[in-house]
Design a binder for this molecule. Structure first.
Ligand code: 13P
Ligand code: SF4
Length: 305
């Protein structure tokens, strides 16, 4: 869709009238990324929400990301253009189930991936994203027992990088699970000069075949800075749009065109416009939960990338 389309003009007009900012995750549809004020990974988006002077944040991503913006900016209006855009991995742990597990592991430090509900974050000691998970774990005392929630594959990757054994919650990302070792092996044969980058939500057998394992923001930086002219990309397809736009001279080969997150794709330009018109659907974390969840998120932000 070109920038002059009436739909986009209306969005821009309303955005100005409402003093709104549009944040987009790297997995959003290309046309959403193209109208956003900021496109990034989970960590960059939460940092960007924490910094903004806008009154309204239109969050083009999934529910936990909008909740994180609400946790950090309680005075702002946070809109999620489709309230059904949830993350299936985040739904693999509830606060109730986490409380039960904590009783079985008294004294354990709970480190929770940002892909989780605000209630689950409220039960956690630290939050992390794929960009800073290794750093968060390295910041903890080596004698502490760690319960890592909910992504078992990100957890396994951290274990391999830090040498620390953790208790892993058995969650996973159904989209990244579609990426298989044979996909990478086949593409390596086809593109022998290419570098391979994958997301830490991939299976360990996939991560073991990659040259680098990075968050989506880390992949954007790697693509810019690396000498490689061909890069095989093991993550959700939406990132390919940004990689090609920012690096027109380089070739990006998706590991699997089936790696599509259906919930991310629920956000469309029409829904962005409607959400600004109607100022809904709203995402607002109740104050008691927000204050507890904020402790874990603030500890993460203090550690940084
Ligand atoms: P990033 O923080 O690396 O963008 O990942 C978020 C996500 O949901 C990956 O599936
Ligand atoms: Fe959740 Fe996976 Fe979609 Fe990321 S790609 S939002 S982890 S389902």
């Amino acid at each position: 869709m070109n920038r002059e389309s009436p739909l986009i003009e209306k969005i821009q007009e309303l955005k100005r009238a409402r003093n709104a900012i549009i944040l987009s995750h790297n997995y959003q549809l290309g046309e959403i990324q193209d109208i956003a004020d900021f496109v990034g990974d989970s960590l960059e988006l939460s940092q960007s929400a924490a910094r903004t002077h806008a009154d309204v944040i239109v969050f083009c991503g999934v529910h936990f990301m909008a909740e994180t913006a609400s946790i950090l900016c309680p005075d702002k209006t946070v809109l999620l253009p489709d309230i059904h855009a949830g993350c299936p991995m985040a739904d693999m742990v509830t606060a109730e189930a986490l409380r039960r597990r904590k009783q079985e592991l008294p004294g354990a430090t709970v480190v929770t991936y940002i892909n989780s509900s605000a209630e689950v974050k409220a039960e956690s000691d630290y939050c992390c994203t794929s960009a800073n998970a290794v750093k968060v774990i390295q910041s903890l005392d080596s004698t502490e027992q760690i319960l890592f929630v909910p992504d078992q594959y990100l957890g396994a990757y951290i274990e391999s990088r830090t040498g620390r054994k953790m208790v892993l919650w058995p969650g996973y990302c159904p989209t990244h699970l579609r990426i298989l070792p044979q996909h990478i092996e086949r593409l390596r044969q086809e593109y022998p000069q290419a570098r391979v980058m994958v997301h830490p939500e991939c299976r360990p057998e996939v991560a073991a075949l990659a040259d680098v394992v990075l968050s989506t923001g880390g992949m954007c930086r790697y693509a810019r800075e690396s000498e490689a002219q061909e890069i095989i990309v093991g993550t959700e397809m939406g990132l390919i749009h940004r990689l090609r736009k920012e690096n027109p001279g380089k070739r990006f080969i998706p590991v699997s065109e089936q790696a599509i997150c259906p919930r991310m794709k629920l956000i469309t330009l029409e829904k962005v416009l409607w959400s600004l018109e109607e100022m809904s659907p709203l995402v607002k974390v109740p104050e008691e939960t927000r204050l507890k969840a904020k402790r874990a998120v603030d500890r993460m932000l203090a550690i940084g990338r």
